[in-house]
Design a protein around this ligand. Sequence first.
Ligand code: HEC
Ligand code: HEC
Ligand code: HEC
Ligand code: HEC
Length: 473
Amino acid sequence: MSHRSPVRTDRKVSVLVLIAVGALLSGCGRTTTAPAEDEAGDDAAAIEPEPATLSFGERRARREHGRQLYVAECSGCHGERGLGDGPAAEAIDPKPRNLVREPFKFRSTASRKPPVHADIVETISRGMPGSAMPAFEFLTEEERGLLAEHVMYLARIDTAPVSELMPIGAETPATNDSVERGHAVYKRLECHMCHGEDGHGDGPSAPTLKDEQGRKIEARDFRLGLFRRGRTAAELYRTFETGIDGTSMPSYSGNYTNAEAWDLARYILSLPTAPAAPPTDAVAHGRQIVEEKQCFACHVIEGRGGVVGPSLDVSAKKLRFDWIKTFLEDPRAAGAIYPFRPYRMPDLGLEADEIEAVLALLAEVAGREYPEAPEPVPAIDPDVAAAGTLFYVIKCAECHNLGSVIPTPLAKQQGPDLINVSQRLRFDWIADWVANPLSVYPGTAMVDTNLTDEEIEGVRAFLWKTSTEAASH
Ligand code: HEC
Ligand code: HEC
Ligand code: HEC
Ligand code: HEC
């Protein structure tokens, strides 16, 4: 494979290279800045689909932006063409929607009609609680609008306004007997056949339910308190008004008065939910979070899961806990980590205690203590680091950026920027990794560079020193 790189891989270049590196090092700086969050659009009253007045060029740029966002945020599950066949699909149930062929469950339009732009923006913003579909509230409104447009493009839905909207009636005042009347409507319309007498999702028809693809589905257990469309009376009303297309849940439009529909929603919301208290054991709590947030859709953890993101069994051994904590607090702050991965980590909005529990689980997986004693600050011998510089340039720079110290213009299998190693990685791990990447992470694109232990020590010292200096600037 040929590519243009300023770095030749024979040792004759040493003198020239060292001069060049020296020049670069003197201008050392930290360049991995987070992409600025553009919050500007967030005040907009509503997210509108593509305006009709755009020029051809503007329209094309806009669509390309939407497509790129979709690839990074959605294609890991929904597949690049929206066929529901991304690399995470295997690991999760319910399956990611085939946006091209399967109907949309949550619309403000009549049964069997396509959703409107605003419906899809809502789904993207809220996510689908109880499924792997994350909430993308952390993206700007403009980005969510573009994503919804791309979904409509994939699903071949016209973005022009439609006339099949099914408005729900104005909310009626709740009275003392609202819930009781709602319960009566629930029985009259035979919701219990699927959802059960007490809303546990265990009605007589429940065991036989399948979706239109023939996959087994569950009538929602209202006692879990998780509603894919959101947990408000208006959203529930909209759901039994429009039905959940693609499943056995029909539209009940016309079978109740407006007041009855509000009362029915209030009845469902009145059912007590018993959220199990999180386990007191932190590792067990961590496992529960991995289940709830479906981390395994994208990551291998404890030996199972998808390949959208890196194996957490490997990352648990390689990363500093303080780095993981900062990352999970705001996964987007540091910019993209692995350039060869087309996907990004969603901000799952983990709470502080949830992050602690995940860290405890990762420690268990890696055989580390948590909390553990602070990583010792390695003493770097400047001569060893200086000797390592050349090996870095010859053996590593072709695939790794080092901030602006040694940029890699064109890499075939580019690895992470190494300017952050001293904040991100464990010192000991680096040597094990460089000595034998394939035994640390089978299948990795990082190659064995055939360095001696001493040379590796030099490279690591050079990296650590450069990274520490960049961080203190
Ligand atoms: C981790 C996997 C995952 C990711 C990432 C993901 N989705 Fe989903 N998505 C799902 C699953 C699973 C469902 C189906 C849930 C269900 O049927 O209850 C779904 C359903 C949907 C639906 C159908 C909604 C309906 O009314 O039926 C849309 C639209 C959608 N996703 C869009 C997106 C977009 C846009 C993105 C990126 C911004 C995205 N998804 C990212 C897993 C994912
Ligand atoms: C034939 C079976 C069946 C009947 C009858 C039925 N449902 Fe459902 N319902 C389902 C299934 C299946 C789902 C889950 C669909 C999915 O998201 O995959 C569901 C989901 C729901 C949800 C969850 C929506 C969300 O946001 O997650 C609500 C609320 C609901 N049903 C209310 C009702 C009410 C009220 C009635 C009676 C008027 C009713 N259902 C009758 C099968 C049924
Ligand atoms: C939709 C897919 C997806 C889901 C769900 C997901 N992640 Fe990630 N995660 C990624 C991707 C992709 C990356 C790599 C990001 C990059 O290269 O910028 C990542 C990176 C990480 C990293 C950094 C690893 C490293 O080696 O740098 C950690 C830690 C992590 N995820 C933890 C979690 C946890 C914990 C959960 C569940 C609570 C989770 N992830 C859920 C896709 C996902
Ligand atoms: C052929 C390209 C290639 C070469 C040459 C290469 N690497 Fe890598 N390196 C990678 C890739 C790709 C990854 C990401 C591996 C993964 O997670 O699967 C990586 C990961 C790393 C990591 C972990 C970085 C992180 O933040 O997660 C370190 C450290 C590293 N390499 C050091 C080196 C050193 C030191 C050398 C030279 C001795 C080197 N690499 C040579 C491709 C390369």
